[in-house]
Design a binder for this molecule. Sequence first.
Ligand code: GMT
Length: 375
Amino acid sequence: MNIGIVCYPTYGGSGVVATELGKALAKKGHRVHFMAYSQPFRLNLFSENIFYHEVSVNDYPLFDYQPYESVLASKIVDVAIYEKLDLLHVHYAIPHASVAYMAQEILKSKKIFLPYVTTLHGTDITLVGRDPSFEPVIRFSLNQSNAITSVSESLKKDTLSTFKIDNKIEVIPNFINLDEYVHPQTDGSKKRYAPNGEKILVHVSNFRKVKRVEDVLYIFDRVRKKIPCKLILVGDGPERAAIEKLCRELDTCSDIINLGKITNPIEVLSISDLFILPSETESFGLSALEAMAMHIPVISTNSGGLPEVNIQGKTGFLSNVGDVEDMANNALRLLNDANLLAEFKTRAFEHAKLFDINVILPQYERLYNRLVKEG
Ligand code: GMT
């Protein structure tokens, strides 16, 4: 099948899911055409069956806002015609679903039918999508989608309560390629960050408000007062400066390592003991799943789709948003009991297996086949 994928190329779950999905489809022999305004950061172009079409908008003095949507729609039309796309899969509803609709209409006028799947990732519905100025466009383009998928039951519920959607929403969760989540030899790097055998807590995110990275620091502060530990922060974003200020106030900077943006967190995860994700909301929490795939239990909030990924008392613990005291106590409970920690590690990994690409990819392929047949 010839499949077009539209996604955000930047650091963030939706881009990672789109890229990993495209890579897995290409491995199975599908020809996958990525369209984005820059190369998705986890995409290696020197791979069989993978193609990348950059969407570049020319600057013009008239534009205060560049007409990205129009250029993207034209790109989709062009790629659909010349690469003979069978199907288009857009990740993140805004603005990709309405652009897909526009491209579909243009192609119809040329007697070409291009079905499109819209995958909802979270903030497109729970944060950005709640802005009423988007409502008519999101609702319309979702209802026009030939299929809608959401990454969790929780996001499906949120979508149905936010928008009047007549279309069916199919849940296809986030996934990981378990084969890639192997423990490399790590003694050397563990010593580099925790020279005296300290426990390592880790947080990976794009440092947006919704991630509540300040809570990571409050949790760490409480844990550090009880046991020797280090905190590794992976990622970067708008909250970084506030976090640096807070660690100075808490006087914990000497035990915090800011690694910044790392393309793939596997190595860092392989030396970590506990993953901390205190998000305000999380439609799924791909970073938590990545940690679990590396045998790391998760201390998280219980918001959004997190309870579908992190199982209370089995793969980690879940607390109310903002309850840093409870999250710190849960972290200490695990870090202070080697046997319990070992049990949680095993169960985290076992649960991650349910989200292996080999389980999830066929669900997308079935959906694609159905749409192409229907067309
Ligand atoms: O978490 C972010 O801010 C990035 C965002 C994105 O769209 O890239 O992630 C969302 O999509 C991921 C992949 O489906 C989910 O695993 C994340 O939970 C979701 N983030 C939120 O809902 C806040």
